[in-house]
Design a protein around this ligand. Structure first.
Ligand SMILES: [Zn+2]
Length: 592
């Protein structure tokens, strides 16, 4: 809460225009400023900054947000680092530094428990199982020491008893070592080989534990004040310098994959701790490298979660390739069986992620049959729409056209059938983008500019009436306080929730160069088109089904009632459509 107030204080004191002007030459254009985007190769100035709203957006590459987002992107900082820098400039003392005392205590707890785990592993009797496991994986005693490995004893309260007195149960709970059950607290990690997770300065902040048998095989510390898995990578502390030097990171799944590769001399390796990569992890990588090579085992890499993660990376501006490992091989087993050169080779021969995806599609469906072609197109649609780069979209369309032996234009058209509304579309830019701009976009633009209050939409619609891609924006709008700077509030809220892509989309709507000659009319029109008419159509379809089942059940009383309901709904629909047409007929369309 306190940090939130600091963020407000910073926003009030630091001027967005002068901050951006340090990096970009801006010229005044209407109520905004314009310049060449520093985040992509920008020939036409498509980078807009609005000082009054406190927002910026690039209509070329789709990046956007507030002053924190700008400094984070351009200087490759974390949110806290950017906030710290702006706070210094504004003369605000950050409450996060006031909270440092408490974090220090938690660090001491984690460090003490890490020592305890390490001592258990050294204990020849108790740690025998874990020692045997690690040795079978090629980790000797020197490696345990180097990577801080340990063993959590079996039993429900070893950590609780050993440290409860010294640090107190609350601190153990907060640091993630205890779980609250019905009969009180107990140890989270039991009978597991323990891998400490270090922060960038090399201090342990959390753990991953691997079970010998039973589930879950891997168990991580929960989110704590020190550790947030969605913004962290395992091994970053050891890999950071090598990643910077190579401008490339090799991303693997498990703890032993990371350690085996490090031990074999590949230093730019980090672990995603699970396969569903987050935007926070992509941002972390984006600050250090230009390229990521994914080295998951083959089934995992082809899975929907991994593919989504690759798209997040690609949409964050990183080049993404996938190492093609043999069936049933992971980086750990590959190095142990065939040596580190086999792994280097796999990294060198890694293919662009969309190539990998297309190969997987071709292997799954028979691209020579009509049904196979249809399946490939249907499955590729979401993939295609999830990619933000136009040249890459075209390459994907061409790849699929080749694979299916169909004309590329037809394939591109089919893949784009339901338009994805991404931040990169400039509604003034070209005809296709303008054609994609619809009633829902009108509504979002009107709401985010503060032209129309959410309560007026809430009277007839809810968040679920909007397309899924926009729901988190709409939910933020619904919770926003009355404020002349509503878009800045929404962008900040989305970032707090980790919805960074949606925050950029919100800045797009707030700054999109679309003019409404008559705000009231545009609003009514958009509401009819995006909400009222679709809702009536849904109700009509529902009544239609019920009429048919009433007839089938010989329930003519119900049939008559439903038929009347149907007439009322049809009338309502025609009158909404007639009103809309009258508005349009009288005034014509005048958006531009
Ligand atoms: Zn740009």
């Amino acid at each position: 809460m306190a940090l939130k107030q600091d963020v407000q204080a910073i926003k009030e004191r630091v001027d967005l225009i002068s901050l951006v002007s340090r990096y970009v030459t801006l010229t005044k254009s209407g109520s905004s400023h314009k310049g060449r985007c520093p985040f992509h190769k920008d020939d036409t100035p498509s980078f807009m900054v609005n000082g009054e709203k406190g927002l910026w957006h690039c209509f070329g590459c789709g990046e956007g947000g507030d002053l924190f987002a700008f400094l984070m992107k351009i200087e490759r900082l974390t949110f806290i680092e950017a906030a710290q820098r702006l706070a210094d400039e504004a003369g605000v003392s950050l409450s996060s530094s006031r909270e440092d005392g408490e974090r220090e205590k938690l660090r001491a707890v984690v460090a003490a428990v890490a020592e305890h785990y390490a001592a258990n592993l050294g204990d020849t009797r108790q740690g025998a199982g874990a020692r045997a496991y690690l040795e079978s994986r090629g980790f000797d005693e020197a490696a345990w020491k180097r990577y801080g490995l340990g063993y959590a004893l079996s039993g429900w309260d070893n950590v609780k008893r050993a440290f409860g007195g010294r640090f107190g149960q609350d601190a153990l709970l907060q640091a993630g070592f205890l779980v609250e059950g019905e009969k009180g607290t107990y140890d989270r990690f039991r009978d597991r080989t323990m891998f400490p997770i270090y922060d960038v300065s090399g201090r342990p902040i959390a753990f991953g534990g691997r079970a010998f048998e039973g589930e879950p095989k891997y168990l991580n510390s929960p989110t704590t004040p020190l550790f947030d898995k969605s913004r962290f990578l395992y091994g970053l502390h050891w890999a950071r310098d090598a990643m910077r030097d190579a401008r490339c990171a090799i991303l693997v799944e498990g703890y032993t994959d990371v350690l085996t590769l490090h031990q074999a001399g590949l230093a730019n390796v980090v672990g995603s701790m699970g396969t569903s990569l987050t935007q926070g992890q992509a941002d972390l990588l984006g600050r250090l490298v230009e390229e990521v090579v994914i080295a998951y085992d083959r089934d995992t890499a082809g899975g929907a979660g991994a593919v989504r993660g690759m798209q997040i990376l690609r949409n964050s501006g990183l080049a993404v390739r996938v190492a093609r490992l043999a069936e049933d091989e992971d980086p750990d087993s590959l190095v142990r069986k065939h040596g580190v050169d086999a792994m280097r080779e796999a990294v060198r021969d890694a293919v662009p992620f969309h190539r990998f995806y297309l190969d997987a599609l071709a292997a799954k469906h028979d691209p020579s049959s009509v049904v196979g072609k249809e399946r490939v197109l249907a499955e590729a649609r979401d993939f295609y729409r999830g990619v933000r780069s136009l040249p890459l979209q075209q390459e994907i369309a061409r790849g699929i056209a080749d694979l299916l032996d169909l004309p590329p234009e037809g394939v591109a058209h089919e893949l784009a059938a339901r338009p994805a509304r991404r931040g990169a579309d400039d509604p003034q830019g070209d005809e296709t983008a303008r054609a994609r701009w619809g009633a829902e976009d009108d509504l979002l633009a009107l709401l985010l500019r503060g032209d129309v209050d959410w309560t007026r939409v809430a009277a007839v619609a809810s968040a679920s009436d909007f397309s899924p891609a926009h729901r988190s924006i709409v939910e933020a709008l619904a919770n926003a306080p009355e404020s002349p700077r509503i878009s800045a509030w929404v962008v900040e809220r989305l970032r707090e929730q980790g919805h960074e892509a949606e925050a950029a989309v919100a800045s797009y709507y707030a700054l999109a160069p679309v003019e409404f000659a008559d705000v009231e009319r545009a609003f009514e029109d958009a509401l009819d088109q995006a909400v009222r008419l679709p809702a009536l159509e849904r109700k009509l379809a529902d009544v239609e089904t019920r009429i048919r089942s009433a007839a089938a059940a010989d329930d003519w009383e119900e049939w008559a009632r439903l038929t009347r309901e149907q007439q009322v709904l049809s009338l309502e629909k025609s009158s909404v459509a007639a009103e809309r047409d009258a508005r349009r007929g009288m005034h014509g369309r005048d958006k531009g």
